[in-house]
Design a protein around this ligand. Structure first.
Ligand SMILES: Cc1cc2nc3c(=O)[nH]c(=O)nc-3n(C[C@H](O)[C@H](O)[C@H](O)COP(=O)(O)OP(=O)(O)OC[C@H]3O[C@@H](n4cnc5c(N)ncnc54)[C@H](O)[C@@H]3O)c2cc1C
Ligand SMILES: *[C@@H]1O[C@H](CO)[C@@H](O)[C@H](O)[C@H]1NC(C)=O
Ligand SMILES: *[C@@H]1O[C@H](CO)[C@@H](O)[C@H](O)[C@H]1NC(C)=O
Ligand SMILES: *[C@@H]1O[C@H](CO)[C@@H](O)[C@H](O)[C@H]1NC(C)=O
Ligand SMILES: *[C@@H]1O[C@H](CO)[C@@H](O)[C@H](O)[C@H]1NC(C)=O
Ligand SMILES: *[C@@H]1O[C@H](CO)[C@@H](O)[C@H](O)[C@H]1NC(C)=O
Length: 535
């Protein structure tokens, strides 16, 4: 990883020009000319710039769209897509966007639930697609790694496994997630009860701010470094790279996936799990996936208990017997494997797949429309409350509905709420992810399914966290509130959604935003507001 100092010269040149920047024409010709003028090597840069006259514009745009809701012909499209190879390309894009009155959307992996990384409902905008900024350098001796924002967690996991059998990193389950969005919004997976979130394990970063400066942890200062670890990157600049601290695991872990239907006492098991999941040994993680299934032509609910234990089957079985005997786990349910094999297992790759599948940026299940929401649970939901959920899953729209219950406790309980902007720590039993998928195109299908998940969310209200009803930023949900007027908004209005994602950390985020981007250049429907009123 080159130190930021090698870009100082360009940053300096841009800084001078920034002073003179004025928004004038918004035509993309002017933007393109500007890029041409401000690139150190215009010849090679033009190969990284796409407009809809370029043959690959459309395939590039769609390549990292993971929710078909945002790939229709009516979805607003970027005027220009830039695929930077170097920080100087990002700096030139920021400078020229400001000069010509364009907004920027930054995309790393493209998994944003509301498509905010590549859609703006207030065009014109350009898309900075970081797909080419994807290097990963693991240093097994210091147990750290530098990785660029456009890398996926699959690439990270792969590179770690190439260097070590006992190092790992706590991050998500779906291996195509980009680390630009995933880490800056939190990032959790099966290691969270032992080691916390991805964002809890970041030790340095490179970011380009609204003035075009390339900063590292030392030069950005602790406020901004705090904000981008859980506050979302998009409000503050373009994160180029992260330095992370790797964690140690035993060479073998134990996994199981045990499913029970209503006829097999799923209601009692889920009810019991609620009080157990967050109290288990830190080495043991058990999540629950709830969905509707057909068994012998009869509709029922299936609860899948998915687990990873950082140890052997011999140690796991007595632990389960002590803490959660109701599940009736037996040795035959369990498999011992390496951590990297467990990544493939939980990402649903076919058994025996080579590790290289981790490098593939295409999802196994790409052609789906979906809407997600999140909730935090602090007291167990009574059995009759669970039965009401099952009734909602009887509805037609719930055919591909899903609830994922993710246990907290362990390391999550030990980290203070204001350590990083992600505030959901002590006192949470688990988080729920509500999801609904559908396959049919068109507004009618979209409305029906979104209506279903909104009604589920209303039904859940008495059972989940209150004042605020907390939510996870990485499960972005525009239903909980949006900024008005192309991303400008008052602090009070933004607090409606801001307090749900960040609780009391929202105020400090707004303070940092005001300091680093007072004119609110980096903005979207749910960006942190600047406290300086503009427009
Ligand atoms: C199938 C699927 C599975 C998931 N599984 C998990 C999981 O197991 N655990 C979990 O914690 N989350 C999970 N998520 C949620 C995921 O963490 C978020 O969607 C995350 O923001 C995705 O990051 P990305 O880079 O892929 O997304 P993007 O859409 O590229 O970015 C998301 C947001 O971050 C901004 N951003 C991206 N890159 C940068 C950058 N370099 N600088 C500044 N801002 C940037 C974008 O502008 C956007 O606002 C899942 C999502 C999906 C769709
Ligand atoms: C500009 O880029 C081209 C193509 O990548 C390369 O061949 C050339 O050496 C570069 N020129 C400079 C001055 O870096
Ligand atoms: C897109 O088209 C323009 C004009 O023909 C060309 O200069 C540019 O290099 C093309 N971009 C790519 C990535 O090929
Ligand atoms: C369900 O629970 C009851 C006791 O509560 C038990 O008798 C029965 O065997 C269980 N059924 C299954 C399929 O585990
Ligand atoms: C893909 O989606 C189907 C439902 O359409 C689901 O049954 C299957 O488990 C999914 N596969 C993966 C890998 O998520
Ligand atoms: C990547 O994965 C997708 C989906 O499973 C598959 O269709 C494609 O062939 C894979 N690409 C490569 C290069 O392996």
């Amino acid at each position: 990883m080159k130190p930021p100092s090698s870009y100082v010269f360009l940053a300096f040149v841009l800084l001078i020009s920034f002073g003179a920047a004025s928004s004038s024409s918004s035509s993309h010709d002017n933007f393109l000319q500007c890029l041409h003028l401000h690139s150190p090597n215009a010849t090679s840069f033009s190969k990284l710039v796409f407009t809809n006259t370029n043959f690959s514009y459309s395939s590039l745009l769609h390549f990292s769209i993971h929710n078909l809701r945002f790939s229709s012909h009516t979805t607003p499209k970027p005027l220009v897509i830039v695929t930077p190879l170097r920080p100087s390309h990002i700096q030139a894009s920021i400078f020229c966007s400001q000069r010509h009155g364009l907004q920027i959307r930054t995309r790393s992996g493209g998994h944003d639930y509301e498509g905010l990384s590549y859609v703006s409902h207030h065009p014109p905008f350009i898309l900075l697609d970081l797909i080419n900024l994807n290097s990963v350098h693991v240093d097994q001796h210091s147990a750290t790694a530098w990785l660029q924002s456009g890398a996926t967690i699959g690439q990270l996991y792969y590179q770690i496994a190439q260097k070590s059998k006992t190092l790992a990193f706590p991050a998500g389950v779906c291996t195509t997630l980009g680390v630009g969005g995933h880490f800056s919004g939190g990032g959790y997976g099966f290691l969270m009860r032992k080691y916390g979130l991805s964002a809890d394990n970041i030790i340095d970063a490179h970011i380009i701010d609204a003035k075009g400066r390339l900063l590292d942890r030392e030069s950005m200062g602790e406020d901004l470094f705090w904000a981008i670890r859980g506050g979302g990157g998009a409000s503050f600049g373009v994160i180029v790279a992260w330095k992370i601290r790797l964690v140690s695991l035993p060479p073998r872990v134990t996994v199981f996936r045990v499913a029970r239907t209503l006829e097999q006492n799923a209601t009692k098991l889920v009810h019991a799990w609620q009080s157990v999941g967050s109290k288990l040994d830190k080495d043991l993680f058990i999540r629950v996936i709830l969905q509707r299934v057909n068994v012998n032509k009869k509709t029922t609910i299936k609860a899948s208990f998915e687990s990873m234990f950082l140890g052997s089957v011999e140690k796991l079985l007595p632990l389960m017997q002590e803490m959660f005997p109701e599940l009736g786990l037996v040795r035959e349910d369990c498999d011992e494997m390496s951590w990297i094999e467990s990544i493939l297992y939980f990402a649903n790759f076919p058994i025996g797949s080579p590790l290289e599948v981790l490098l593939n940026r295409t999802d196994l299940n790409k052609s789906l429309f979906f809407k997600g929401k999140s909730d935090y649970v602090r007291e167990p939901i009574p059995e009759n409350g669970l039965e009401g959920i099952w009734r909602m899953f009887d509805e037609q729209e719930a055919e591909l509905g899903l609830m994922i219950l993710n246990p907290y406790g362990g390391r999550m309980d030990e980290i203070a709420e204001n350590e990083i902007p992600f505030p959901h720590r002590f006192g949470n039993l688990y988080k729920i992810q509500h999801l609904v998928y559908w396959l049919q195109e068109g507004e009618e299908a979209e409305e029906r399914h979104i209506d279903w998940i909104r009604r589920l969310y209303t039904y859940m209200e008495p059972f989940v966290s209150k004042s605020p009803r907390a939510a996870y930023l990485n499960y972005r949900d525009l239903d909980i509130g949006v900024n008005n007027n192309i991303g400008y908004t008052s602090y009070e209005q933004a607090s409606i959604w801001g307090s749900k994602y960040f609780k009391n950390n929202f105020r400090r985020l707004a303070y940092v935003k005001t300091k680093v981007d007072p004119l609110n250049f980096f903005r979207n429907e749910q960006s942190i507001p600047s406290l300086i009123p503009s427009h």
